[in-house]
Design a protein around this ligand. Structure first.
Ligand SMILES: [Zn+2]
Length: 222
């Protein structure tokens, strides 16, 4: 009997240990204690506002999507993912993305992401949109295109007007190589679309016989 109690104690102890190791034992958003290996509690997940009409814009060859509204739970999660080192949240976002691309019938042959300049990368230590692309590439077995670069430093977009944002990012990205097929590109937040448009412009020169799907986790509505 005592052995059983001891065993069950060790089993729960070991479970707890691995939970702490691989997933936060508390909801990343509200702090509620979690008993499963998850990052966000069910109540917070329910509060994510998915866009009823996620297609933001469709131009020749290019489709822009915003999965959710950038507010509440999603805003909190993305801020942690981008600015507070919660790289592990890509594991929470990638199933949402997979579900989204299936629901919207997006067919793709390659995945990619919005690149950072060398200076931006040094400051943050990681590129959160690369983490999303890497996860989706692993799960779907589609290759990731990494030959794209942000070739010059730009100002922070936050305090710029729409016109200034466009000017700020003009010709900031290049893609090397040629690719045949559809490509799926990830970003975190779609605001004015100036980043999205510059990135897809760079890809248009490299993609032969295919569409470009630009998917942002969230979209701002102001
Ligand atoms: Zn929660």
């Amino acid at each position: 009997m005592q052995k059983e109690i001891l065993n069950s104690f060790y089993n729960s102890y070991i479970k707890e240990f691995f939970l702490e190791l691989f997933a936060p034992a508390h909801c990343t958003v509200c702090g509620k204690k979690l008993y499963e290996s998850k990052f966000v509690c069910d109540d917070c997940v329910k509060n994510i506002k998915f866009n009823e009409y996620p297609l933001i814009l469709h131009e020749e060859m290019v489709y822009y999507y915003g999965m959710t509204r950038y507010e509440g739970v999603m805003e909190e999660l993305i801020k942690k993912f981008k600015f507070e080192g919660y790289k592990v949240l890509s594991k929470f976002f990638s199933p949402l993305i997979l579900n989204f691309i299936e629901l919207n019938n997006i067919k793709f042959d390659f995945v990619s992401f919005v690149p950072m300049s060398k200076k931006e990368f040094r400051a943050r230590g990681y590129n959160q949109t690369y983490l999303l692309a890497k996860d989706i590439s692993l799960k779907t077995k589609k290759p990731i295109i990494e030959n794209l670069y942000k070739i010059r430093e730009t100002k922070k977009q936050t305090n710029l007007s729409k016109k200034e944002r466009i000017e700020n990012l003009k010709n900031a990205f290049i893609v090397e190589g040629e690719y045949s097929g559809n490509i799926l590109i990830f970003d975190d937040v779609y605001t004015t679309g100036s980043t999205a448009k510059e990135v897809t412009k760079a890809f248009k020169k490299s993609i032969k016989n295919g569409n470009i799907y630009f998917v942002a986790l969230s979209q701002t509505f102001n």
